[in-house]
Structure formats: C-alpha cells, structure tokens
Ligand binder design. Sequence first.
Ligand code: ZN
Length: 326
Amino acid sequence: MEKKQIPGEDARRRRVRRLKKGIVLSVLVWMLFPVVLSGVLFHKVNALNRQLTDTQESLQQLLEAAVQGQEQISEPGQDTAPQLSRTESRVEAPVAGAGGMEGLADSLTAQQEAPQAAHKVYLTFDDGPSKYTEDILDILDAYDVKATFFVLGKEDEHSIEMLREIARRGHTIGMHSYSHKYADIYSSLEAFSADYYRIYSYILENTGIQSTCYRFPGGSSNTVSDLDMQIFADFLEEQEVVFYDWNISSGDAGSTLLDVDTLVENATADISKRGTSIILMHDAASRPTTVEALPEIIENILAMEDTVILPITEDTTPIQHIHKSE
Ligand code: ZN
C-alpha cells in the first residue's frame, strides 16, 4: 500500500525533528549544569575550609601563647610540667628558634599534633655541627619536618654558624657534651658537671637557648663509664634537664659505612610497632650516607599511617636505657 503524500508533511516532520533535537539538547544541558555547578561549589567550599583551618590554627596558637604567658606570670618558679620544666625557658626552649615567637609557634604546632598521632617519631642527630649540617637542614626543610640536634662544643666559625642555623630553622638543640671524650667526661662527677656547664653555656651564648635536653655520649647504657651512670643522670635531673637515649638506631655510627638501603631499613622498620620512636643518627663528616638516606627515611615515615615526625619537646616521652622505660 502506498502512503498518501499529505502536503506540508515533510516540513512538519522536519519541525518535529528539530523540536526533538532541541529537547534532547536542553535535557543534556540541564543534566550537565548541576554537575558543573557542584564542581565549582566543591572547590569554593574546599578553599573556604582551608582558610577556616588556617585561621583556627593561628587563633589556637595565639590562645595557647597567651595561656602559657599567664602560667608564667601566675606561677613563678613552679614546675607544672613533669619533664623538661624550666619555667623561664619554656618559651624559648626546648624547640630552638632564636626568634622567640617563631620557635614558640613551631613548638605549639608540634604539641598540637602530638596527641593526635598513634606513632610519634623523633629524628635525632648527634655529634654536629658538621660539614653536612646544612644539607641535613635543607632536607628537613624540604619535607617541612623538625628534628633534634644533640650538639658538641665546636668553636670554629662554621660550626657556630651552623649551630645558629639549626636554631633559626626551628629545630630543637640538645646537649651531647662539650668534648665528647668519654674517658674524661665519665671519670668523675666533677668532670661531668664541668663539661655539662661548658656545653650549656656554649649553646646559650651562641643561640640564646637554654637547652633542656641531653644525650649521653655513648648513651646512658654505655660501658665506658666506671662510675654508675645514675650519678650523672641524677646530676642532670638536678639541672631540670631530661636525657634521651634512643630505641631505634640507624646504625650509622659503626666502623663500616652502611649503604643507604640498610640505613633506611634500620631507621624505619620498627616504627609501626611503637608509640614513641627516637631514631639515632649522626651529623658527622664521616657519615655521608646518613645524608643520602635521609630523604627516603623521611618519605617512608611520612607515608606511614597515623605517624608524625616531631622535634623533642617537654611533651616527649623520654627513652632512657638505664631506666628501661621502653
Ligand atoms: Zn656522639
């Protein structure tokens, strides 16, 4: 059967097709519009959230600074903190920062983060300053990480410049004896205290920081000292100074130079098993592989779940070999 051609039907069909196209197009537009809109809104909300977080953080820091200031005024000479509690040094030490407020802000940020993470990791560098100090500082800066340097009394111009740089960049400066000569330091309490006052003054004179943490050369469990190490530990306690050993050794102090992979493995393997990890490393001219391994060590730690890298502060749980605290 042949369909009868009605005049004007072609034009009508074309109109219908155009109409259909129009409807499909507008439906598509109306479907896309909310998607695009929510994308834009999502971005805006995110940006606002970031601004809000930043504002909250600075407000929190200001508040805590004010509270600390009040504590200092209302409780002169009274120690409320259990550990590194030298009242007058609370603001400047233990997190260095020669610039006072800058150091304080860093310290507060660290303290705020501290309770939130299940695993707290402290990178510590002994025996510096050295020719590698600046490299180490640059790496730490690149990852925005703060560490602790247990320094020796080195009077040359470069060492003093580096000591100040450690402080300026907001890391914690701890004492590791002035001379590092085990036989001298551990020969008597008099010798130990004389050395202690030298390193304490060296740091104070060059950075303005009253250091409140100490690492015994060889650790508190060293076998060099003929005297009971407790005698020296008691002396430090009288000075309201806390000593820190380590529970993870990178192994970088041995007679053979370890390769990067071994250092990374040593430094990071046990972190997830512990609440507090204090990692022993060295800032020393004879230890180039420590510097080479440091970026990977930090990257591995930062990739671990619920783990944070912090400088030692008065909130840090000390690891002490002679007290077998962990
Ligand atoms: Zn040492």
